[in-house]
Design a protein around this ligand. Sequence first.
Ligand SMILES: Nc1nc2c(c(=O)[nH]1)N[C@H]1C(S)=C(S)[C@@H](COP(=O)(O)O)O[C@H]1N2
Ligand SMILES: [Mo]
Length: 197
Amino acid sequence: MAFANRGFSGHRRKPDDRLPPGQTLVQGWPVLSAGPTPQVDTGTWEFVIRDGSGTEHRWSWEQLLALGVEDVRVDIHCVTHWSKLDMPWRGVSLDKLFENVETGFDYVMAHSYGGYTSNVPREDLLDGKAWIAIEADGAPLEPEHGGPARLLVPHLYFWKSAKWIRGLTLMPSNEPGFWEQNGYHIYGDPWKEERYG
Ligand SMILES: Nc1nc2c(c(=O)[nH]1)N[C@H]1C(S)=C(S)[C@@H](COP(=O)(O)O)O[C@H]1N2
Ligand SMILES: [Mo]
């Protein structure tokens, strides 16, 4: 596999420095879902960016893939203290999805099939820092891990990486998503241990 884009996270750090404070490496891959796993079919799947001015940018599954998928290797850090290093993922860069989105709004709410939300500043989704992920560990994303597609924002705690992603809505101010309304930090930088708000 060619890892064309190695992402934004700590790869230029020495391996020993790759684990944020309070984190432990985990074997396997835990499933953390606040509700049931929605059944999402790629035949009807749709991804929408609402730019805040009333314009909607829409992609079908085929249109998403046609933007070009890339392989990335990133570290992920869950607020419940587990981390995985050098995880292989495949997905579409958010840079491609935002290419024709004109907006003056600096904040984004991610919306999932099933109703989950998470908020992220727009700049945290750009410049090779975030993807709509469709594969992990060399296989299509399992439904329990967010398949067919999830947000992947590895430089923030993993609750920001909304599973079963269906769209992004631009916002003029920073509104809290599901976990942010329930005590998690509004931003969630693992290197600063921004766990709770
Ligand atoms: N739609 C949705 N996305 C979600 C969640 C969720 O409950 N629903 N949980 C979040 C949390 S708290 C974490 S740690 C990761 C877990 O992803 P995983 O189950 O693939 O490990 O997904 C995040 N994205
Ligand atoms: Mo989490």
